[in-house]
Design a protein around this ligand. Sequence first.
Ligand code: PGA
Length: 251
Amino acid sequence: MMVRARRPLVAGNWKMNGLRSSAAELSRIIQGAKELGAVDLMLCPPATLIALFAAAVAGSAVRIGAQDCHAEPSGAFTGDLSAEMLRDAGASAIIVGHSERRIHHNETDADVRAKALAARRAGLCAIICVGETHGERENGRALAVVERQLDGSVPDGATAENLVVAYEPVWAIGSGLTPTPADVAEMHGLIRERLQSRFAKEGQATRILYGGSVKPSNAKELMGVAEVDGALVGGASLKADEFLAIADAYR
Ligand code: PGA
């Protein structure tokens, strides 16, 4: 068996999907998690379900995360949720800077960095997303774009505890398309280099996930790429059997 430097993490991002009745899917994930090998499982449901799901996973190996937060701890920000509130509801991590937030809510690298710091302030791990558009890859700018996003979005003082990076090419999200293993290796290698040069040993220990159209059929290949420490899964995480089959790539 291959010995890994970092414990893999497979995280599911439910986006704006899920009702209280979806707890049945979570129960299947909790059950299935018992059969898995050495891999961390996390589910990031919509905020309305965090408290319910956090109660359901208590005592299991599954963790619950949030999909976004406001940078401030409290205040007059109608409709927003702070990292402290998400922690209070039972989240142990927060996805920040997902491309859907960057695109639909105009979030900049500075916004994402502030949100990552908010997660840290609340004692939570920030899962910071970066990734190029199709046009940027076509123009040969993918590496430069991701390097800029990474440098701008990841706050100083990051550790393997308070940071996970997710490389998610925008064009691969929900499209069924994925980069070649060589392209994933090149990007994850660059991300590792940047993390190591900024955070030394902590940068070496920080997990870097791949995200974008991860499915049971391609999980083994993508998860087998150097410097890929797990997956951030959208669509396929809505079905317990698909999500578990992806995590099973680490058996
Ligand atoms: P997908 O989404 O797996 O549905 O492509 C991934 C993501 O947006 O995190």
